[in-house]
Design a binder for this molecule. Structure first.
Ligand SMILES: NC(=O)c1ccc[n+]([C@@H]2O[C@H](COP(=O)([O-])OP(=O)(O)OC[C@H]3O[C@@H](n4cnc5c(N)ncnc54)[C@H](OP(=O)(O)O)[C@@H]3O)[C@@H](O)[C@H]2O)c1
Length: 222
């Protein structure tokens, strides 16, 4: 039977890769969201996590798998951080996803899943303290909501190290990229295909819930 996947952040590197992967398979209907009004269609809805009305206005849907890939990249250390940066970081990574999960809770089917995206920054910190803090919050949400929504919905997160060819990767200087590679034990970057495989494992593994899937080449030990 066909299952419905809803991908938040369809225009992002991971969102696009997931969209391409699941659209090529007949057993999935792929819906999703964007912040870009020109990309809205019958399958793609407008959701801006900094605008609660965009969540309130969503129609009633039936969703088997909700994957929240949206993000706002790390930018400022404590000295340079501004209130707006703090609000966007918390809004896009924590407040918006929580309001969306509250709204979509009743739309989720039996044996459904919610998958969030965390980061090794939750363990080892980041030059942007706000980013590390919100990714720590994501891990806390996974453990809490997995209990709250069980047994109907499994809740997990993928925690990827730096993803090759992603928006963050493309914006980095060569020395920063190299530092990320050096910190992994296997001296390589993660690929988008490996992230899709990890998420596919989460979606299909019926006994997997309340977990963070660490795809990081052991970088938190490096
Ligand atoms: N890339 C990495 O190396 C890496 C490593 C560890 C963790 N992560 C995490 O993985 C996730 C995906 O990363 P990515 O590289 O795919 O990011 P990305 O390419 O920057 O995409 C993020 C997407 O989030 C959506 N978004 C931005 N602002 C939003 C808002 N106000 N409301 C709702 N959606 C909004 C946008 O989607 P639309 O364009 O459709 O509007 C945007 O394209 C993020 O949470 C990131 O922190 C990434």
């Amino acid at each position: 039977m066909q299952q419905t996947i809803f991908i938040v952040g369809m225009g992002g590197s991971l969102g696009k890769a997931l969209h391409t992967h699941y659209s090529q398979q007949n057993n999935y209907e792929v819906l999703g969201s964007t912040t870009k009004k020109e990309n809205v269609s019958d399958e793609i809805f407008y959701i801006d996590f900094m605008d609660k009305t965009s969540i309130d206005n969503l129609p009633n849907l039936s969703i088997d798998h909700l994957i929240i890939t949206s993000g706002y990249e790390p930018k400022y250390n404590l000295d340079d951080m501004t209130e707006i940066h703090l609000q966007k970081m918390v809004g896009i990574h924590v407040v918006g996803p929580m309001l969306l999960m509250q709204k979509m809770k009743s739309m989720l089917t039996e044996n459904s899943t919610i998958t969030l995206i965390s980061s090794p920054a939750a363990w080892q910190g980041s030059y942007d303290p706000t980013y590390a803090a919100v990714k720590g919050a994501v891990n806390g949400l996974v453990r809490t909501l997995a209990k709250d929504l069980a047994p109907k919905t499994r809740v997990n997160a993928l925690s990827p190290s730096l993803i090759e060819s992603s928006t963050v990767f493309n914006g980095m200087t060569p020395d920063f990229k190299q530092r990320h590679i050096d910190r992994t034990l296997n001296k390589r970057l993660l690929t988008l295909e490996e992230c899709v495989e990890g998420i596919d494992f989460i979606l299909k593994s019926k006994h997997y819930t309340g977990q963070i899937l660490h795809l990081n080449g052991g970088m938190i030990y490096g």
